[in-house]
Design a protein around this ligand. Structure first.
Ligand code: THU
Length: 130
């Protein structure tokens, strides 16, 4: 993974709005256009209304006109590595392949690399929708 993807995830984490959990998370995607799209978690006083860092990054990617996650980094300063939550795994899978690498980072860099298939085996797929 290039250092700029890690740096983007870490910089995004510092922009997190997490006054309730006090658990800032950052995510950064390198998309098929070569650009980096980053995001942080954004919480709400009505707790279920908040959302994770990963969908913020995905939103930026889509609004930037890209649609494929080539690689992704996730970081949370309070964990040595932060695997995406279950809901985020489904959201990431929409724009990834089974082989897409996901880098689980701490403040110093990548601690573990996993694939999308590692995170979400036997994922929901069908050709009967749409
Ligand atoms: N969080 C993320 O941003 N990504 C994850 O994959 C796990 C959890 C956020 C949600 C909430 O703002 C805080 O971390 C504590 O759960």
């Amino acid at each position: 993974m290039s250092h700029d993807l890690f740096e983007a995830a870490r910089a995004a984490m510092r922009l997190a709005y997490a006054p309730y959990s006090k658990f800032p998370v950052g995510a950064a995607i390198r998309a098929e256009d070569g650009r980096i799209y980053a995001g942080a978690n954004i919480e709400n006083i009505s707790f279920p209304q908040g959302w994770c860092a990963e969908p913020t990054a995905i939103s930026h990617m889509i609004m930037g006109g890209a649609k494929k996650i080539v690689e992704m980094a996730v970081i949370a300063e309070k964990l040595p590595l932060c695997p995406p939550c279950g809901g985020c795994r489904q959201k990431i899978a929409e724009f990834a392949t089974a082989e897409t690498p996901i880098y689980l980072c701490d403040e110093t860099g990548v601690k573990k690399t996993v694939t999308m298939a590692d995170l979400l085996p036997h994922s929901f797929e069908t050709d009967v929708i749409g």
